[in-house]
Design a protein around this ligand. Structure first.
Ligand code: PNS
Length: 170
């Protein structure tokens, strides 16, 4: 009998991808056979990086990992999940602050398609306090972000802001 591949879609703006995202994707592989990282064109956020840049950075991070695929997507997430025949949407939950937004999205997606389930993983404690937004803010103001994002992302962020960190962390 042919074995079916259980894929989950991990959607987001990824502007840019942080170590919190990376950790969640790798943990997702303990549950699913394949993770499809879906980089959204349409997001309520106003991204610093273009869709192509966000996809390229994510692809560099997972280069050589054949169970992780990075793709851009536009339009409704549930449509993309159906097209890819994925079994679930994977999302990370950092703390209480994320709950309302995540709950809203999960319920709306379920209303749009009752067969699509959202699976949440709690973010690893090391990454609880970071977000793409806070990382961009620190990098923009010349702070050190080493260890919080993959090296290619760190390089791109400082290049985008036209400077290097002012001080190394103590
Ligand atoms: O992690 P993010 O950046 O907050 O992700 C938000 C994202 C991309 C998952 C969400 O905005 C989305 O699904 N956009 C696609 C359009 C869509 O389907 N919207 C309705 C979902 S409630």
């Amino acid at each position: 009998m042919e074995k079916t591949v259980k894929s989950a879609v991990y959607p987001g703006t990824f502007d840019p991808m942080t170590n919190g995202h990376v950790s969640l994707i790798l943990r997702g592989l303990d549950i699913f056979d394949e993770i499809l990282v879906a980089v959204a064109l349409h997001s309520p956020k106003n991204p610093l990086f273009t869709l192509d840049e966000r996809v390229e950075m994510a692809r560099e991070i997972f280069d050589g990992k054949d169970r992780i695929k990075v793709e851009p997507f536009e339009g409704l997430l549930v449509e993309y999940v159906k097209e890819r025949k994925a079994v679930a949407i994977l999302r990370g939950m950092r703390a209480v602050a994320d709950f309302e937004y995540e709950f809203q999205m999960a319920l709306m997606n379920r209303r749009l398609d009752r067969n699509i389930h959202t699976v949440f993983l709690m973010t690893e404690y090391k990454w609880l306090y970071i977000s793409s937004t806070i990382i961009k803010d620190v990098a923009r103001l010349g702070g050190e972000i080493k260890g919080l994002v993959p090296p290619n992302v760190e390089k791109r962020l400082y290049a985008r802001y036209g400077h290097q960190p002012k001080d190394k962390i103590s």
